[in-house]
Design a protein around this ligand. Structure first.
Ligand code: CAA
Length: 284
């Protein structure tokens, strides 16, 4: 595999900041780009908090923390990605935003640079088609929390070159993740299985078959999962869950993929989970 160490991360929200941290911890030099100074400051604070927590727990020394932070440059100018060897986009799940980012990445990054998207609900094929290098566009789908979850899906489209898939899977391994190669279908593999399960749990709650705590406790204790489905929905973001249900429905038209009305209403009400302080539970 070609050796490289300069990685661009566009979007430093919960996922992007976690992704930047993961690359920096693995020794890559990262340029993290946000849209404006305030968003950049939030992204930087997210990374700093996460590293500080690791120091508090004795998982990192203060020296390692400084070294890792020193590997990340923060910028509001995408032109700073002109020397990136590998770029990961993690902006919100709107095709208009992806179009804007990928047009810039295609123009700014060297022709050999692989452009990866962390999308969980949009078509990687459509994103690839926005660029002049669809053979070098791939999905690299991280799971929340990105610094902890080992799984990454490497999403290959009909246009993605086999070498692009191979390099991306190798990159995933270099950052300590387990890559699973998946085709570009709604939900890829993991979310096509996971999100309908979360949606079913919302339906159970909506039908008042059990309280939210009972639903979560039942599954957590009895199935040995780390989190109940409603707690997990709050972690993932109810808007993300809804977006995944809607693309599954749009692609397959199966009753299995009809979003629970309550999920849709909670998103309309702005109760998106942890990120807005309120979802199925309230966060202080
Ligand atoms: N960032 C960094 N580290 C974090 C973290 C975060 N946001 N949240 C937890 N951690 C770390 C903790 O610091 C702790 O680290 P140490 O072991 O080094 O001390 C470790 O993770 C365990 O955390 P906790 O002890 O606080 O709590 P826990 O044991 O309950 O684990 C959890 C928390 C890792 C989130 C665990 O509950 C879990 O695995 N939950 C399931 C998460 C999951 O399924 N995610 C996938 C969602 S689907 C998705 O993201 C895809 C999509 O497109 C929708």
């Amino acid at each position: 595999m070609q050796e490289f160490d300069k990685v661009g991360v566009v979007g430093l929200g919960t996922m992007g900041a976690g992704i930047a941290e993961v690359f920096a911890r693995a020794g890559f030099h990262v340029t993290g780009v946000e849209i404006d100074g305030a968003a950049l400051q939030r992204g930087r604070a997210h990374v700093e908090r996460s590293l500080a927590k690791a120091v508090d727990k004795g998982k990192l020394t203060a020296e390692e923390e400084r070294t890792i932070l020193g590997r990340i440059s923060f910028s509001t100018d995408r032109a700073d990605l002109a020397d990136a060897d590998f770029a990961v986009e993690a902006v919100p799940e709107r095709m208009d935003l992806k179009r804007d980012v990928f047009a810039d990445l295609d123009r700014i990054c060297p022709p050999g640079t692989i452009l990866a998207t962390n999308t969980s609900s949009l078509s990687v094929t459509e994103i690839a088609a926005l660029t002049g290098r669809p053979d070098k566009v791939v999905g690299l789908h991280f799971f929340n929390p990105a610094p902890v979850m080992k799984l990454t899906e490497v999403v290959a489209t009909v246009s993605t070159a086999p070498a692009t898939v191979a390099v991306t899977a190798e990159v995933a391994k270099r950052i300590g993740k387990t890559p699973v190669v998946a085709g570009d279908r709604a939900g890829f593999v993991a979310n096509a299985l996971l999100v309908p399960y979360i949606n079913d749990a919302v339906s159970v709650y909506e039908r008042r078959l059990a309280s939210r705590e009972e639903i979560d406790t039942a599954v957590t204790k009895d199935a040995g999962l780390p989190m109940g489905p409603l707690t997990l929905a709050d972690l993932v973001g109810l808007d993300v869950c809804l977006a995944v249900m809607d693309v599954l429905w749009a692609e397959f038209r199966s009753p299995r993929f009809v979003a629970a009305p309550l999920l849709r209403r909670m998103v309309a009400a702005g109760r998106l989970g942890r990120k807005t302080g309120r979802g199925f539970y309230v966060y202080g």
